[in-house]
Design a protein around this ligand. Structure first.
Ligand code: RIB
Length: 301
């Protein structure tokens, strides 16, 4: 079984600010750093650092994106399918406030220049039972999902950032969704604080799918048509939440692919993402499996 991640590769420009800039306001940042990022790249790094063999597909600009490919390579991700293009690499402008929370502005660049011929070439290397990992920062997502479904691959979708591209997909082709409450509400077309109601609605709408729903300070839950498991959060000092969700997704999918049970997979992924929030940056904050296994973080709920 192979894991293919078709996803974004971004240059993250991270600005440390006291508070997020408001409409009409001009503020100064106290620091600017440049990091490798992109939900796709982060998830591939997390998959690999948790011990899985992963192939990354996506696009970078040939003049400004080489360091992203190098970071993937250094993290043992296979980059044979990373396309180098004659356009700028995608980037993200990220504000991180004094509480460690972020807000992100994206520029698609090479991430949104993937054509069908290239996608077909990549899929020639994958077969029934292989995993496909997806987020929503590349173009032709619909075509990618349909191609994987035709091949009977197992499709994991993190519907982030959520927009009409997601609602226009045939979501019945997705085997497992990894998402937060807001994305779940958007997918179901309801607004509610009642998590049980949200879960029932997701099960009703997508009866064959599995779900991993992150609940912020209430931890995470997994559910499908028969099972439900929950896991709490760990006590860490929050420095930067960027890539916490990506770390969780990569670690969870990797653990499941190694046939670990759902409870253990939730635990490992939760520890890994807690460790990621205690460091600055996206991909560079993702821990190695050894560090996760040796961590002595305290479960608080
Ligand atoms: O999930 C975090 C990522 O979102 C950042 O690395 C940024 O590039 C955006 O894609």
């Amino acid at each position: 079984m192979k894991i293919l991640n078709f996803g974004s590769l971004n240059i993250d420009y991270v600005y440390q600010v006291e508070h997020f800039v408001q409409a009409g306001e001009t503020i100064s940042s106290t620091r600017r750093e440049t990091f490798p990022g992109g939900k796709g790249l982060n998830q591939s790094v997390a998959l690999s650092r948790s011990g899985s063999e992963v192939y990354h597909a996506g696009g970078i600009g040939k003049y400004d994106g080489q360091f992203l490919k190098e970071l993937l390579r250094d993290s043992n991700v296979n980059t044979d399918f990373v396309q180098e293009m004659d356009c700028p690499t995608g980037h993200a402008i990220i504000q991180v406030n004094s509480k460690g929370n972020n807000c992100i502005l994206l520029f698609g660049g090479a991430n949104v220049q993937l054509d069908k011929l290239y996608i077909d070439e990549v899929f020639k290397n994958f077969d029934e039972g292989d995993y496909l990992v997806l987020q929503n920062e590349v173009n032709n997502l619909d075509y990618i999902v349909k191609s994987a479904h035709k091949k009977k691959m197992v499709i994991f979708l993190n519907p982030s950032p959520f927009n009409s591209v997601i609602t226009d997909l045939n979501l019945d082709m997705v085997d497992c969704f990894l998402l937060n409450e807001i994305e779940a509400q958007s997918m179901c077309g309801i607004e509610t604080d009642d998590i049980d109601k949200l879960i029932e609605e997701m099960k009703r709408k997508f009866p064959k799918a599995k779900f991993v729903l992150t609940l912020g300070k209430d931890g995470v839950c997994y559910f499908d048509d028969k099972n439900m498991y929950r896991h709490g959060i760990y006590d860490v000092e929050v420095v930067d939440t960027t890539a916490a969700g990506d770390t969780f997704s990569g670690y969870f999918i990797s653990s499941i692919s190694k046939n670990l049970c759902v409870e253990e997979s939730l635990k490992i992924a939760s520890i890994a993402s807690s460790m990621a929030v205690s460091k600055s940056g996206a991909a560079v904050s993702i821990p190695l499996l050894k560090e996760v296994e040796n961590s002595n973080l305290r479960l608080i709920k």
